[in-house]
Write a protein that binds this ligand. Sequence first.
Ligand SMILES: Cc1ncc(C[n+]2csc(CCOP(=O)(O)OP(=O)(O)O)c2C)c(N)n1
Length: 516
Amino acid sequence: MSFKILTGDEAVAWGAIHAGITISTAYPGTPASEIQETIASSGTGTKYVWAVNEKVAYENALGASYANQRALISMKHIGLNVAADPFINSTFTGVNGGLVLAVGDDPSMYSSQNEQDSRFYAQFAKTFSMEPSDPQEAYEMTMEAFEISERLRLPVLLRLVTRLCYGESPVHLKENGKGKNELKLEKDVRRWVVVPSHARMLHKSLNEKQKVLEEISENSPFNSMVLKSKKRGIIASGIAYAHAMEHWDGETSVLKIGTYPLPMKMIRKFMDYCGEILVVEEGEPIIEKALAELSPKVHGKLDGTFPRQWEMTPDLVAKALRLPYSPPTPVENLPPRYPTFCPGCGYNFTFKALKKINPQVITGDIGCYSLAVFPPFEAMDTTVCMGASIGMALGLAYVGVKKPVAVIGDSTFFHAGLPAMVDAVHNNADILVLIMDNELVAMTGGQPTPASADEGKTPVTLEQVLTGLGVTFDVLNPYRPEEELLAKFKEMLEKPGPVVLISRSPCITEAKRRAK
Ligand SMILES: Cc1ncc(C[n+]2csc(CCOP(=O)(O)OP(=O)(O)O)c2C)c(N)n1
């Protein structure tokens, strides 16, 4: 045993390494990117792949699992919307080598477009999920998740949240992890080819597995109960359990939940024992809803004891327990300060020029350039999800809006913009696509894009892709005088049909980091 101070993300990475993974696949997204970064810098030589998007990352891992290898996939919560298709179908096919999907939820949306709760996805896909309450548990659960995955032949979802991902605590590590599985290709088309006749049988067997999932949950060491006061009990899960324990009086009964499907026998026993029950959970009232059906003595988000949205905090727990707490002090009389681009970043000049051009509508996308919505630029009308800039510009053009401008980053273009770009060409749609190319994924910490030549990779450039699509394109240097930028925008906007302008300026923050 050795001992290290680790964040939740680091603990998951080390758990996976010690569980004998052969490969880790990911697409960056806060708060989960550091799982893959930890594997990359672990010095263990574990193969890691930054895939073009979450769907491909998931499929990479599923392929490895098919060959009996253990694989970890990591992404942020909304990434699972992109990977939902293979994730859900893989609960039908099942897995061979252990497959663990670590998903970082972001309550309060510190760096996200929504605060969806990934536990729903595990429920929806009818598979097992685990929710660590601290980095030690994140490490142990990750290792156990691989065991459960191989036992059930199902992918296991590890639900993480921002506080857990970035919070640090001491973790005891097992020195020698498990060795790697033997590489084996055992073909079984009745499982792995989900044509309807096979899929019907697979759904039946997935339903039959549910009892085993429940038994594992019922007997899991990650669920535990302290029976004390008969009057009052707390049921808490994940990081919310840690918040609840900050205020534990030593008398209140406590049921800690770490696995799903919920250990209902344990819960019933606890509910029979206790009077009033407070449910403390991060995200949606999933546990609370299951209990509210059993008894009216349950309090939480459904009866207004806690807010329905935003992050659970130790203060909210203290308030619910009628203990002293310190509400946040409102900051008054300060002028609003908007987040903006780094000084010297080429985005400053491109958006200044675009604002002067004043197109009828600018559909935006997700990345550093989303900040163009704020003053002084105010040059973005929509930002919905990755890739939506081009898809929505198409919709606008189809109904007669004049030359919509879609603004999208280089990584986002590869991730989800490409299919819409294919449609743009196919439908000869009258749009301008402005690709903000800073040669990496800046928003999430500088991960590579498919155009990167790092570590012996073959760069797939924007120019290659656009040439292949046969679309008219040009490259803009945003550091040129503004008249030149304006002239280039005007020239491109006058061209009929879909046109692309690549505004290229390497990320200045990354350049500084590399220089150091
Ligand atoms: C489905 C999904 N996956 C991941 C993310 C996290 N994320 C936010 S912006 C972004 C990409 C940014 O890269 P790029 O488009 O190149 O723009 P840049 O930040 O470099 O300007 C990512 C991966 C997300 N918001 N949604």
